[in-house]
Design a protein around this ligand. Structure first.
Ligand SMILES: [Zn+2]
Length: 137
């Protein structure tokens, strides 16, 4: 259900943004998804297509929506260094998978690569947002 709510928010926001910019026909919507956001991309795409059909006054097709994953950025609260999830090669593959599905488990598996503390914050890597909209005026 979470994917459906996000998809609807994206569709509505894209529509409002297009109106604000006087765009008649949207040709591209770039949607960014944080690497640590709990979201199933297949369900999200499916939801976008279906919700698009409910709003039949919209000036775009669901296939103009591009999804891009934004890399995470993590910062140690103790020594202050920053790193990305993908930098942590010492994470085993199955642990890395678990983090993608449940960001809260990041603290269970991850340690600061500098000082080894599990006390770090997630600076980037959460949320879903519209990065840009292109269209015909
Ligand atoms: Zn540290």
């Amino acid at each position: 259900m979470h994917e459906w709510a996000l998809a609807e928010a994206v569709i509505v926001a894209a529509h409002q943004e297009a109106e604000k910019q006087n765009i008649k026909q949207i040709t591209k919507v770039l949607v960014k998804i944080g690497e640590l956001q709990q979201i199933d991309l297949d369900i999200f795409k499916f939801a976008l297509e279906n919700i698009k059909n409910i709003y039949d006054d919209l000036s775009f097709d669901a296939d103009v929506i591009d999804l891009e994953v934004e890399p995470s950025l993590l910062k140690c609260k103790v020594c202050g260094i920053e790193w990305e999830l993908r930098d942590l090669t010492r994470l085993k593959e199955d642990e890395s998978e678990a983090i993608h599905f449940i960001p809260e488990t990041a603290h269970v598996f991850m340690r600061c690569p500098g000082c080894g503390t599990p006390d770090f914050e997630i600076v980037k890597g959460r949320g879903v947002w519209i990065q840009s909209i292109e269209g015909v005026l």
